[in-house]
Design a protein around this ligand. Sequence first.
Ligand SMILES: C[C@H](O)[C@@H](O)[C@@H](O)[C@H](O)C(=O)O
Ligand SMILES: [Mg+2]
Length: 443
Amino acid sequence: MVGGRITRLSVHDVRFPTSFEGHGSDAMHTDPDYSAAYVIIETDAKDGLKGYGITFTLGKGTEVVVCAIHALSHHVLNKNLGEIVRNFRGFYRQLTSDGQLRWIGPEKGVVHLATAAILNALWDLWAKQEGKPLWKLLVDMDPKQLLSCIDFRYITDALTEEEAYEILQKGSIGKKEREKQMLEHGYPAYTTSCAWLGYSDQQLKQLCSEALKEGWTRFKVKVGADLEDDIRRCRIIRDMIGPEKTLMVDANQRWDVPEAVEWMLKLAEFKPLWIEEPTSPDDILGHATISKALAPLGIGVATGEQCHNRVIFKQLLQAGALQFLQIDSCRLGSVNENLSVLLMAKKFQIPVCPHAGGVGLCELVQHLIIFDYISISGSLENRMCEYVDHLHEHFKYPVVIKKASYMPPKDAGYSTEMKEESVKEHQFPEGKIWQKLMAAQKN
Ligand SMILES: C[C@H](O)[C@@H](O)[C@@H](O)[C@H](O)C(=O)O
Ligand SMILES: [Mg+2]
């Protein structure tokens, strides 16, 4: 039975110095220190279980998100977990409608990242109390219960609750077989780990040849800062992987709309499946223009990792502005909002290829996409989940990759829990790792 009064919510600013070696670097984020605002929720229940939630941030951004989590915490404290999840739609609405805090959102930016961290912790605790991994908790819910977690406000012009119900009803056909298939073979993944923008050609070649040996067949390359560099790097990787394997490119919002089209005409010879985040994530019509211009070349547009909320996803879908939809487990309002986006994607028949990487994003989003396959999309066509090979060792239940696929997590919860020692060492600024780095900078 789910329950327990929430007695404590604590937040940690946890940072990893990934920028020192160029890990995670792209055309806009040249010095990313992968970080997380890490929430721990405790209750007075006898089971002693705790809920862990993260939202992904980069270095300094974390302290701002931590403040927002504190500001939202009164909505959670002293509430009963059972009451929250029995009316999850209402609770989501309450959290995102705080009369004072919504002014600095609404449902976007810092306050929404904070919302994600808190809700992720509640989902983790719910799944733990049920003794199931989160994907299985979702798979076992009936359509009505799933829908009761979603706030349909602002999206009913694109997807009504009745349509969503129908999608879930249809999705229940063949669920058992798909669950079995996932448990046996996992969910297909692609790797971004070979070709961060800050990596040398030598490093790129070495990582690519290792990835090929490990059985990877889909690769993403960072582009967007310098055309000559991009051509050279794409050539290296295309030559190494051959014509059959899949290549994607990611510009992380570097370009104007016409510039994006011109640049991609120059990279078209490398046959990328998609260009990711070609321009501002807010420019829905710009994405539509780029999609239209690149369609004859067989290049799709992918976006979503910095998409504020379900409303922007709705408009991207309505405008035909994307061909690959990239949900993110820590930017949207947790599982609740991601459920609505997965259902909209199904209605518009756009494949979902989640954004992952960062710290913990792979651990979390695998649950959502495995659930999506079993209960909503029922298809693996043109679908794959991002994988980045960093920082998994800091998690208590790290992802398991086999033959370039995500194997469904078996432990109860949302895989959000970090090792205590890792949190202690990486806490900013007092953690050992940061104290050492700061002392070295002084000398
Ligand atoms: C700063 C980050 O590493 C981003 O570059 C990364 O999330 C990226 O856009 C991706 O698609 O993995
Ligand atoms: Mg990206």
